[in-house]
Design a protein. Structure first.
Lengths: 441, 472
């Protein structure tokens, strides 16, 4: 047992002695690096180390939590936390932390990402690829991010585990004209699978195609969603499957378990698999993580749970516990039976959207929202890009869009971008019919 | 906070061939309360404490941070920041606009010290709101509320001789309600924020305002009509004025966007050198002046010195309808040949300080609210908003009304369900022909940066009257 795991276990023991009924402690030793660039040059290189123990404890159905950053004062922090629990209020719905022993898969974290140097080389590789793909000068900006975390978790209820989690991602946005841009991302948990040039090529190709844009027209369109913009949809839908979102009505899936919410060829799951940026062997209660199909052939099968919400919904935890609430980790949409090229070639008249941002809801329970596509927006006629467009907005409804999914590509990409396509996902090209597009007047 | 370690880190940085070095430490006592339907879901409390180093060397910038308080760790992160700065290998060398070193200490006072408010009292204050909502005669399907308290102590030193200590208590609250009637739902949220003590809670009148919103949602479900889409006059309440000021004035006037430094995340700006819009270009009617002011005492976005040690000041962004002054930090100011106006903010020791708004609002005009309405034959009064967004060049925006009424012959008549204005920055601000006298503020959390940094701000202003805009 490592020294840090022993210290984490010690925290749990001390907290129990102080009177806690149940305790989970998770120590993270995180090393994070980031290069930010714009105008094809590095603006800043950043590294931050974070040593933190997250503690959640329950005392007579009162749930309290803290983060310890200063390990010189652990005893007083624990005393304060138990005192807080004793003056807090009972939550009759609290069902306790996960219980039992679990077998965890072995971490596949890439040690190379623990001490990776020369980060700027990857940035310049992506910028160079974007320039080449755009056949000329581009103005590129973005980030390169690496993460290596060692995790030590101990629960008074049985679970105990050690995990290492690594990730590297690059996000590049390239401009060929002031209003012609493309965005590419490259995400992996391992360095050997990380190909920054792929993101550069994607950004450059879209930016080249986006030249000479004109204002788009309002209307109802069949739309092909690129994996990056569809990743934004998957992130939102995945968040709405969290039992917490359902409990506070920030979800279109309230009271829809067992109901058809999409066509039968739509299957979506949460899977923190080894390839993903959010890979993990166990959740924040120490339950082993695994894939959970939440939309199975169009039917809503489950919400994502921690042990407490699962009890409330009379089911089992799905291994999605965060420190307090359940979260999705990595959303995967099952591949379809058409190639990307077939999707495009069969489109007579429609749009191809590559990216979006600023998705906001007027009613989460109903699903009414809008979002603003950015980067390449293309009018497709008879399978070909007819015109680059700009200044359009999707103003639609989550359930309507889910129901109008008409085709899914075989090709999928692991995408993640800022808070806009988050959590990460394995996302295909998707055709959605009858999407409402609006614009400024 | 061990200031000796911070001073040592600066000393060590200065022993290297650096053009500039700074060390910024922060210690944040954080309380987080989450309640659902009046019951505590979780109460979090902790202290986050650490420091960062930023170095310019060979025209590049390196930034490193840690929460391990030791001289050895300080030495290591300084060495790494120095190495990163040199490795940038930039063609255009970065420099900071000139500033003189400052030695000062500033604090925000509290009438009712947050440290003296017990957890029970905090819980009970929030539970009372839920109780009031439950008994207000509206069917409420769910409530969710959050309380955020941060007691922030900072210590900033740089190689130009600055030594700045500060203490700011910030208190924030967020409420989200779902109202149901006849099998349908409507939702609303409201955020509150203040720099200072627990006295804020009494001043917010949360119960009253949330009950008002619950009744508004009930009216939307039971009485409101859809608006017939056409060109008409629109009166914006202060909440709508505030979000428009923030989104279509504050953000596009951030110089880092203008220079492209945020291009792949928060985006760029419709304002850029050589483009249609620059300093001196008209962007709105002359009755419109939008400012950003961090010096409003006890505002959510208050600070006396920014996170680069530059004294805070009021910025006139759009002045009488003309693009007037960008928001700058020292890096952008040097690039555009000016001085920083103190707009650099960071949410914690482990985040780079970047250009941010503080409190962005429209200056008041001469009209009473009644006078604004009196002259409207047919239009909509959009008092507050729900869904909103704007494109990443900050030109195409959309605001959907939460509380809204039809105006007929100068009188408010029936509630209107979810009216929408979707228009450009130029059209919005040009259409304003009258501005009311009374300014009101709302708290918000502004998002920007990668990793994301949500900073506390106020948005606000008076009521605006827009002539002949398309409302649907």
């Amino acid at each position: 047992m490592s020294e840090i795991l022993a210290k984490t276990e010690d925290i749990v023991k001390k907290t129990k002695i102080l009177g806690a009924d149940e305790v989970v402690a998770k120590t993270t030793f995180g090393r994070y690096k980031q290069v930010r660039f714009s105008a094809n040059q590095v603006d800043i290189t950043v590294a931050w180390n974070d040593y933190v123990t997250d503690i959640a404890l329950a005392w007579k159905k009162r749930l309290v939590a803290t983060q310890i950053h200063d390990f010189r004062n652990i005893d007083s922090s624990l005393k304060q936390l138990i005192s807080l629990a004793k003056v807090s209020q009972e939550n009759p719905m609290f069902g306790g932390f996960a219980k039992g022993k679990f077998r965890y898969r072995k971490s596949e974290a890439d040690k190379q990402l623990e001490s990776l140097e020369n980060l700027t080389e990857y940035v310049f590789e992506a910028i160079g690829a974007a320039e080449k793909a755009a056949s000329g000068g581009v103005d590129s900006g973005g980030i390169l991010f690496t993460k290596f975390e060692d995790i030590y978790l101990v629960s008074s209820e049985g679970p105990i585990g050690v995990d290492s989690r690594s990730a590297i991602e690059l996000s590049i946005r390239a401009f060929t004209e002031r209003e012609a841009s493309g965005h590419g991302v490259e995400c992996s948990s391992r360095l050997k699978d990380f190909k920054p040039a792929r993101a550069g090529v994607k950004a450059g190709e879209i930016a080249k195609l986006a030249k000479g844009s004109r204002g788009g027209d309002e209307g109802v369109y069949d739309v092909i969603f690129d994996p990056l913009i569809f990743g934004s949809c998957l992130g939102i839908w995945g968040g709405m499957v969290s039992a917490w979102s359902v409990m506070v009505q920030m979800s279109v899936f309230v009271n829809k378990l067992g109901q058809k919410v999409a066509p039968e060829y739509v299957t979506i799951r949460d899977n923190p698999a080894a390839y993903s940026l959010s890979n993990r062997a166990f959740d924040d209660e120490g339950v082993q993580t695994h894939e959970n199909v939440f939309i199975d052939h169009g039917v809503l099968k489950t919400y994502l749970h921690n042990a407490s919400t699962a009890k409330l919904f009379k089911t089992e935890t799905t291994g999605n516990a965060g420190l307090v609430f359940p979260n999705p980790w990595n959303i995967e949409m099952d591949a379809g039976d058409m190639t990307k090229n077939e999707l495009f070639s069969e489109m007579k008249h429609g749009l191809y959207l590559t990216n979006t941002w600023y998705s906001r809801f007027q009613n989460y329970a109903k699903g009414d929202f809008s979002t603003i596509p950015r980067d390449g927006i293309f009018l497709i006629e008879k399978g070909e890009v007819k015109q680059s467009l700009k200044n359009l907005r999707i103003s639609d409804n989550v359930l309507a869009m889910l129901g109008n999914i008409a085709a899914i590509s075989k090709e999928r990409q692991h995408v993640h971008w800022w808070g806009e396509a988050d959590p990460p996902s394995l996302s295909p090209y998707v055709l959605i019919e009858n999407v409402h597009m609006t614009k400024s007047r | 906070m061990d200031e000796q370690i911070i001073d040592y880190a600066l000393e060590h940085a200065q022993s290297k061939k650096v053009e500039y070095a700074e060390v910024r430490a922060s210690d944040q006592v954080q309380d987080r309360l989450v309640m659902r339907n009046g019951v505590v879901e979780a109460f979090g409390s902790g202290v986050d404490s650490g420091f960062c180093v930023r170095i310019i060397a060979n025209g590049g910038i390196g930034f490193t941070s840690t929460n391990k308080w030791s001289k050895q760790e300080a030495k290591e992160i300084v060495d790494l920041a120095f190495r990163y700065a040199k490795a940038a290998n930039r063609k255009d060398k970065l420099v900071f606009a000139e500033e003189k070193g400052v030695t000062t200490k500033w604090v925000v006072d509290q009438k009712k010290k947050i440290e003296n408010i017990s957890p029970e009292d905090k819980i009970s204050a929030f539970a009372e709101i839920d109780k009031a909502l439950t008994g207000c005669g509206v069917r409420i399907a769910a409530t969710m509320s959050q309380c955020f308290i941060d007691l922030i102590t900072k210590y900033f030193v740089n190689s130009e001789g600055s030594r700045i200590s500060s203490f700011v208590p910030k208190i924030g609250a967020y409420f989200f309600i779902t109202v149901t009637e006849q099998g349908k739902t409507e939702q609303a949220y409201k955020q509150f924020g203040y720099s200072g003590g627990w006295e804020a809670f009494d001043e917010w009148h949360v119960s009253e305002r949330m009950i008002h919103d619950a009744k508004v949602l009930k009216d939307v479900l039971t009485k409101a009509k859809a608006v017939k889409p056409e060109n008409m006059d629109l009166v914006c309440g202060s909440e709508v004025t505030g979000i428009a000021a923030h989104e279509s004035c504050g953000h596009p006037m951030e110089a880092d966007r203008i220079l492209g430094r945020e291009m792949s995340q928060a985006g760029r700006s419709f304002i850029y050198k050589g483009g249609e819009y620059w300093i001196g270009t008209r962007i709105g009617n002359e009755v419109v002046t939008v400012i950003d002011d961090p010096t409003i005492e006890h505002s959510y976005g208050y600070y006396a010195y920014d996170d680069e040690g530059v004294k805070a000041s009021r910025r006139l962004l759009y002045k009488n309808g003309i693009i007037n002054e960008f928001l700058h930090n020292r890096e952008s100011a040097a690039k555009l040949g000016t001085r920083s106006n103190g707009s650099s903010r960071s949410i914690n020791y482990d985040r780079e300080a970047i250009i941010r708004m503080a409190n962005t609002f429209v200056l008041p005009g001469d009209y009473s609210e009644e006078e604004l309405m009196k002259d409207v034959k047919h239009g909509v009064y959009m008092k507050s908003f729900t869904e909103w967004n704007i494109d990443d060049k900050r030109f195409n925006q959309r605001y959907v009304g939460r509380e809204a009424y039809l105006i007929e012959n100068g009188e408010l008549t029936v509630p209107v369900a979810r009216p929408v204005i979707e228009t450009t920055t130029l059209k919005f601000w040009t259409a304003v022909d009258a501005v009311s006298k009374k300014v009101q503020f709302d708290a918000a959390t502004c998002g920007k940066g990668d990793p994301a940094q949500g900073v506390p701000v106020y948005t606000g202003g008076p009521c605006l009257r827009l002539r002949g805009v398309y409302v649907k």
